[in-house]
Write a protein that binds this ligand. Structure first.
Ligand code: 5RP
Length: 230
C-alpha cells in the first residue's frame, strides 16, 4: 500500500476509537472515511457496536450501506454525538478547507449538528495558511451562477466551474447545485472571507470549515499524531 493510503487508514482507525456504543454518528465523505467505515463495520460485527449514521452524501450512504452501518436522518436525529470526516487542507488553528469531493454543504450541516468532530487526514493536508495551492470549493445555485462568478471576480479571484468526469458538463452536487473552485491564494483571514462569501446571494455554502474540528488525526509515514482544539 502506498504510504499515504496507509497513513489515511491509521488515522481513520484512531478516529474510529472515539465512536462509543449507542452513538449517532455523522458519516463524512471522501476516500479517507472509507477506512473509518470499514473499521466501524468490523466493530459492529465483532463487538456488537450499536450505532446509527447520518450520511453526508450519496457516496457515504452507499458505502455505509455496503459495510452494514445502519443509517438514520437528521429528521430522526437532529443532534449527533460525533462526526468522522476527512479534509482537503488544515491550518495551525485547525481551520479547514473541505469540499473537493463536492459534499461540503451536507458535511458542514452534519458537522455543525455534531457534539464532536473528528477529522482524519494524511500529513500532506497540513498547511501554514489555508488557500496555499488549494482552491476553496463553493456550492452555488445554478440560477445564480453568473452573478456569483461576477462577484467573486470582483473580489479578485478566478472562479472555475467544476467539470464532471465521465459526463459532459459541470458537476451537479447531491443537492442539484454547481461547484465553483475558487483560488484566493493564501488566506490571511478565513473568517472574514467566509463572512464575505456567505452573504452573496446564490452561494449555498463555502468549503471554509472554521472552528469546527475538535480532534484531528494526522497519518504520517511511520506514526499517527493527534491535534486538538485549544
Ligand atoms: C468531500 C470532502 C472530503 O472530506 C475531502 O475532500 C477529503 O477527501 P479525501 O479523504 O478523499 O482526501 O470534503 O467533500
Amino acid at each position: 500500500m502506498e504510504w499515504r493510503e496507509n497513513a489515511k487508514k491509521m488515522a481513520a482507525i484512531s478516529a474510529s476509537k472515539h465512536v462509543k456504543n449507542g452513538s449517532i454518528v455523522g458519516l463524512g465523505s471522501g476516500t479517507t472515511v472509507v477506512y473509518a467505515f470499514q473499521e466501524l463495520s468490523r466493530k459492529i460485527k465483532e463487538t456488537k457496536l450499536n450505532i446509527v449514521g447520518v450520511p453526508t452524501s450519496y457516496q457515504a450512504s452507499q458505502i455505509a450501506t455496503k459495510y452494514g452501518i445502519p443509517l438514520t436522518t437528521l429528521d430522526e436525529n437532529p443532534q449527533l454525538d460525533i462526526t468522522l470526516d476527512g479534509a482537503d487542507q488544515i491550518d495551525n488553528d485547525l481551520n479547514m478547507i473541505k469540499g473537493m469531493g463536492g459534499a461540503l454543504t451536507k458535511e458542514k450541516i452534519v458537522a455543525s449538528a455534531s457534539r464532536m468532530n473528528i477529522i482524519m487526514v494524511d500529513e500532506t493536508k497540513l498547511t501554514e495558511k489555508l488557500g496555499i495551492n488549494q482552491p476553496v470549493p463553493i456550492e452555488v445555485i445554478p440560477f445564480a451562477l453568473p452573478l456569483v462568478q461576477q462577484k467573486l471576480r470582483h473580489l479578485g479571484s478566478n472562479p472555475i466551474l467544476r467539470e464532471a468526469k465521465k459526463k459532459l458538463g459541470p458537476v451537479i452536487t447531491d443537492n442539484g447545485n454547481l461547484i465553483l473552485d475558487v483560488d484566493f491564494g493564501p488566506i490571511d483571514n478565513p473568517k472574514e472571507l467566509n463572512q464575505i462569501l456567505k452573504v452573496i446571494p446564490g452561494i449555498v455554502e463555502t468549503g471554509l470549515f472554521l472552528e469546527l474540528a475538535d480532534i484531528i488525526y494526522v497519518g504520517r509515514k511511520e506514526t499517527t499524531s493527534k491535534l486538538e482544539k485549544k
